[in-house]
Design a protein around this ligand. Sequence first.
Ligand SMILES: *[C@@H]1O[C@H](CO)[C@@H](O)[C@H](O)[C@H]1NC(C)=O
Ligand SMILES: *[C@@H]1O[C@H](CO)[C@@H](O)[C@H](O)[C@H]1NC(C)=O
Ligand SMILES: *[C@@H]1O[C@H](CO)[C@@H](O)[C@H](O)[C@H]1NC(C)=O
Length: 299
Amino acid sequence: MKTFRFQYVLILFIIHLSQSYAYNILAVFPHLGKSHIDVFLPLMKGLTNKGHNVTIISNFPLSKPIPNYRDIDLGGTSQAFVDVIDMAQLDASNRIYKVLNTLFLSYMANMSCETGLSSKALQNFMKTKEKYDLMIIELFNSDCFLSLAHKIKAPIIGLSSCTPMPWTSERFANPTHTAYIPNNNMDYSDKMTFLERVENTVVTLFHQYHYEYFTLSRDEQIARKYLGRKASHVREFIKNSSILLTNTHFTLTLPRPLVPNVVEIGGIHIGKVRTLPKVRKYTNSYLKDQVGRLKTTPF
Ligand SMILES: *[C@@H]1O[C@H](CO)[C@@H](O)[C@H](O)[C@H]1NC(C)=O
Ligand SMILES: *[C@@H]1O[C@H](CO)[C@@H](O)[C@H](O)[C@H]1NC(C)=O
Ligand SMILES: *[C@@H]1O[C@H](CO)[C@@H](O)[C@H](O)[C@H]1NC(C)=O
């Protein structure tokens, strides 16, 4: 009888142990582009499959709810800007575009910060007393949502849906040496001519200074306006970010030195691999159709 009771207690203890490994995770995707959250949705769903609770603050709630996954919809999709962008129009070989892209991203950031932080959904969220073990946030064109760190008070994991922006690498002390690491707004490789290196350096410095002095200052202002003074120390929360996971892979996005807390996770969105069909006729109309689809990919 005694051994039976001991086994009973042991089983309860093991069940208790396995339960206490579940975390309450907050994930934040404030950017008004759907592709930026889509690439990390498999990761978020994977976390819920492992039993963690994931709360996602974004503009793109799931159409079908799944267990352990809660959406907080910032409602930004009603913004006229979240439309289909013709990627072919964004001609990356145009010099002016390369340099000014950061102003365009900054304009979009202002939009997502203003609409997101002022939204009813977010304001209601700020009033709850929920505790979180981890905050995951996309680091892209703005840091105004890092102000949530003041409420969450948990370790911060950054995500980058593209090659890290020039200002994102800096904060993790990840090298951005412009002699062989091209600015990700340019179409250069790691083998640049002297003049290309000069251009790469000037453009990267411009992007970094613009972000540091313009975008971050505005992020602080917007955070102060909607969440209060204590939440506005965005630069402090930046320093507290622990790790950056980037949607890159050296085979596609060039090899570059990475500090140990910047980790390439390119391909994380790929689900079950299917075998290619044996015969596929790449007719002209098929190819035309594919190109047509590419052109209407949402930004
Ligand atoms: C996850 O959410 C459920 C339902 O709200 C709750 O009962 C559970 O305690 C949560 N788990 C954690 C680890 O917070
Ligand atoms: C940012 O957005 C607000 C509200 O939509 C607007 O009033 C302001 O002019 C914008 N600022 C910039 C620099 O675009
Ligand atoms: C940064 O993280 C440390 C350790 O987790 C914490 O003590 C500190 O309050 C955080 N700073 C800010 C500004 O959140």
